[in-house]
Design a protein around this ligand. Sequence first.
Ligand code: ZN
Length: 407
Amino acid sequence: MTPRLSLLCIALLSSGLTACSTPGQLNTTAGPKPAANELTVEQRARLIAQNSMIIDTHIDVPYRLHKDWEDVSRATERGEFDYPRARTGGLNVPFMSIYIPASYERSGGGYQLANQLIDNMEALAGRAPDKFAMAHSTEDAVAQFGSGKISLALGMENGTPIAGDLANLRHFYQRGIRYITLAHSESNHISDSSYDLRRRWQGLSPFGKELVVAMNNIGMMIDISHVSDDAFYQTVALSKVPVIASHSSLRSFVPGFERNMDDDMIKALAKNGGVIQINFGSSFVTAIANQYGAMRKAAAEKAGVANDAAFANVFRQQQPYPFATLETVLDHIDHVVQLVGIDYVGIGSDYDGVGDSLPEGLKDVASYPNLIAGLLERGYSEADIDKILSGNLLRVWREVETYARAQ
Ligand SMILES: [Zn+2]
């Protein structure tokens, strides 16, 4: 073993890692050789990923497994999340998305599906108790940190299963749901959606306003990703505690895309004490990727064929998808920091939720060290990186818990 590796091992061992018995895992041959007394940016990034808590507030594993089950407690070929890759990436607390498609608002069955998806996450933790544990509170997340277990937290994407009844809010709180995205791609009985041209409520519905208060009181975070601008402003005006955008990016990079947040909204969010968790999907971070779907739709219309999966394959061969880069995602983080400071930004990757559209360098849950290396290269301190990886979200979650306890 070279003196350089010995020093690296000392650093790793002092941080609680035992990887030094197999130094090959450290990939010390990658990148420039470090001087005897310092680590490369990549090595520092990997250490930070392992030593800091990483919370990602939006991962769509439950619905993916519901449609196409596989055992993510083992290494898998498909998808963007499994236990080994999560450990490699240093992920500690994925908020698993209990995603209810917008059509359930009309068809019914949202309550049923939400309970099934929660059951599936509990089954995952139950089958592999050495690898996963549910996390229903910040105390759970902190207690399980460093145990080698991934803490599964739950967020409900689309409030449809609440079905206009606050008894259902209490039910899903008891089942462990800790945030609700008020609406998804269509307006529902709670809120208007940014994707839906019909502005049924001009923001929140009367029940939606009641629900915001009830969520504050019970200790459920309010997620304003997906809702219309009016609904966002009404929510931050009503909420007694900070809110989150669990997986949104910035409109200034994708003009006209209401699903992202504009600068005034970011300022209002920071004033509320909330946090925007940046979505990694290419269509969320660059205008050109955002327009790709419309280009494909227009091409299908022109050719007089259905805009289906088969056509998508053909189109993609002729017109390669314009993947965003890791640098663009970093630009989004920089922009929030420049606008309102370091305390209001985090990560909500949307892994398993955005198809084959993830930027180079951020393809799956093993990729967080790449993001951290990019932040280091841009001059972020380790304390600031810690805020982005989990500190800001933990602060909001704790405030929500504390407020509810006092009610
Ligand atoms: Zn979403």
